[in-house]
Design a protein around this ligand. Structure first.
Ligand SMILES: [Ca+2]
Ligand SMILES: [Ca+2]
Ligand SMILES: [Ca+2]
Length: 181
């Protein structure tokens, strides 16, 4: 069972995926999101990063919501989305099978200079891609950079992504992974 706090966070994510705000997630929403990321990162249309990101997004949102990358796309309501996350967040194993691959596959695209860390500029592009302002991105970076060394290591990013999904602590920085709640 998802806690109320988890439901609040998953609902936030639903609103992110429902890019056109019509209360269902459809394949068209993924096109809008991919375009927002392309612009935020400044990728050329059809460039390697653009294709990599778009491919990862389409593939893994099916796994996230339908449990199967090859599944036929169908409109996803908030109710269906929450149900999918009850399955996805049952335990460590379901998290690794359904949720973590999303980050595994977008990480190489968002780590623009390929040094396995997120510099502030890379993080800003990501966070703005999640439809937050530059100011919010800068504030979030300070919270997420746990050891204060000015970059987000892969470990920090994965820890926050995990905490976003599981933490019951309202003060956990990972709660802000996709923006303020
Ligand atoms: Ca939609
Ligand atoms: Ca980097
Ligand atoms: Ca750091």
């Amino acid at each position: 069972m998802l806690s109320d706090f988890q439901k609040q966070k998953i609902t936030k994510m639903f609103c992110f995926f429902d890019a056109d705000g019509n209360k269902v997630i459809e394949p068209e929403d993924m096109d809008i999101i991919a375009e927002e990321f392309r612009k935020s990162f400044g990728w050329q249309v059809g460039s390697e990063d653009d294709k990599k990101f778009k491919g990862a997004l389409k593939k893994y949102w099916r796994r996230l919501t339908l449990g199967n990358e090859e599944a036929q796309d169908e409109p996803i309501t908030l109710e269906v989305f929450l149900k999918a996350y009850e399955r996805n967040l049952q335990n460590q194993q379901t998290y690794e099978e359904y949720v973590k691959p999303f980050l595994d596959h977008i990480y190489p695209a968002i780590d623009t200079n390929k040094d396995d860390m997120l510099q502030p500029s890379e993080f800003n592009h990501l966070y703005i891609g999640f439809r937050n302002s530059l100011q919010e991105a800068q504030a979030a970076f300070q919270k997420l950079d746990l050891n204060g060394d000015g970059v987000l290591s892969r470990e920090e990013v994965y820890q926050h992504f995990y905490d976003f999904h599981f933490s019951q602590d309202a003060n956990a920085p990972g709660n802000f992974f996709f923006g303020s709640l």
